[in-house]
Design a binder for this molecule. Structure first.
Ligand code: CTP
Length: 398
């Protein structure tokens, strides 16, 4: 997935130990198709060499405003013309102060003042006391007000041995922020609740009944909703997937756990997207001890009760969220999915063929609403998720 194809990024490095993380960031951004022009302050060169950055980016690295490799000697203008973003990581206390005051005393600070409409993203990296200092906080507020996007910082262990806020985001988190930056903000300010993955229903302390849902589709939708500007809560059954960056994940094991977690969150949500493969039945005679084989070879007799329908219950809430259901069918998709949409009382239902979609990297989604159905092309799940988010934004009232 070349999510940064045709994007040219001016990557600015300023003085900070977090420079070492940027080598990895450059590689991963290139994997996604980005072209990266590196500009370093003099302080940054004490932490990582221009040779390293040149070898990784495969392009000249710029250090000073008088660089005569630029034909007209105007690197401070030329570099950002036609660029899609300036990305400063790590951004030191000093550099943020310069941005706040419009200082232009080296190549990187000058090109930030001369950037015109080129977007500027800044990932602070500093000691916690430097981050908390009133002057830094004033400067950060000022550059935010000037339209600069601030990424992080994170909390945790710092290189100096102290613990607190001021750590630069990790390379994969910086990358998630950069990819998200280029996605349209169609759900800005919306609160989105999503369920994903399987549920697992206890038989005894060591056994469960579960299903083959990997959670990939629900996790991709959570990522896409967050990229679209939403605040996302993901209620997830057991999966092997990491929580998407910037998404609050709450774990739920059984259908009853998931039902309780969803009902606690639903009234605060604007949109509910029910992607989880919820078990239809649970075992009612769960054994307190491990079931043992018997000499007669008789299998244990399990009794089942039907689980509550989480989606239908949310759809019935008097002023509940706008609901989107899923239907993974193995046959008669058009007929079953539309019937399910009506039965569950939801304005949008997304159908797919279970045998094609389960655990796969790609999927073909069919959207059912009151006007009929529309098939989206087979594509990687993250692309399908982004298209679904756009379809939701177009259909939502208000
Ligand atoms: N769903 C739910 N709670 C349940 C069962 C299903 O919230 N107890 C949701 C799923 O997350 C999905 C939709 O309902 O969004 C359809 O799920 P599916 O398992 O396909 O449908 P069922 O309700 O089980 O209907 P059927 O048995 O006819 O397939």
């Amino acid at each position: 997935m070349l999510e940064l194809a045709q994007k040219r990024i001016v990557l600015g490095l300023t003085g900070g130990i977090a420079c070492y993380k940027i080598a990895e960031f450059v590689r991963r951004a290139q994997d996604l198709g980005a072209v990266i022009d590196v500009v370093m302050t003099e302080a940054a060169t004490h932490f990582i060499t221009p040779v390293t950055m040149q070898a990784l980016s495969g392009r000249p690295v710029f250090l000073d405003a008088w660089d005569n490799r630029v034909p007209n000697n105007m690197a401070h203008i030329n570099l950002t013309r036609g660029a899609d973003a300036i990305f400063i990581a790590p951004a030191s206390t000093d550099f943020i102060a310069k941005l706040a005051h419009g200082l232009a005393d080296d190549l990187l600070s000058t090109l930030c003042v001369a950037k015109g409409n080129c977007p500027l993203l800044v990932a602070p990296a500093m000691n916690r006391e430097m981050w908390l200092h009133p002057a830094t906080q004033r400067n950060v507020a000022q550059i935010k007000a000037d339209g600069v996007a601030i990424l992080g910082p994170a909390e945790g262990d710092q290189a100096c041995g102290e613990v607190g806020s001021g750590r630069m985001l990790e390379p994969n988190e910086l990358l998630a922020e950069l990819v998200a930056f280029f996605q349209p903000k169609v759900l800005a300010g919306k609160r989105v609740l999503i369920t994903a993955g399987p549920t697992s229903e206890k038989i005894d302390p060591v056994r469960v009944i579960t299903n083959r849902s990997s959670g990939k589709m629900g996790y991709a939708i959570a990522q896409a909703a967050r990229e679209a500007g939403a605040q996302v809560t993901l209620i997830s059954g057991a999966t092997a997937l990491p929580a998407p960056y910037g998404v609050l994940r709450l774990n739920a094991e059984s259908a009853l756990d998931m039902h309780a977690a969803v009902m606690a969150e639903a009234s605060g949500a604007d949109i509910f997207i029910s992607v989880a493969a919820v078990a239809d039945w649970r075992v009612v005679n769960v054994s307190n001890n491990k079931l043992k084989k018997t000499a007669s070879g008789q299998a244990p007799e399990l009794e089942f009760a039907q689980n509550p329908d989480i989606l239908a219950d949310v759809a019935k809430l008097p002023s509940g969220p706008w609901c989107v259901g899923f239907a993974a069918e193995t046959e008669n998709l058009l007929e079953y999915a539309e019937a399910k949409r009506k039965r569950k009382g939801v304005p949008l239902l997304v159908g797919n063929l279970a045998q094609q979609a389960m655990n796969a990297e790609s999927t073909e989604l069919v959207l059912f609403d009151e006007t009929g159905h529309k098939t989206l092309p087979a594509q990687p799940k993250i692309n399908a998720a982004r298209q679904l988010i756009k379809a939701i934004a177009q259909r939502m009232p208000g």
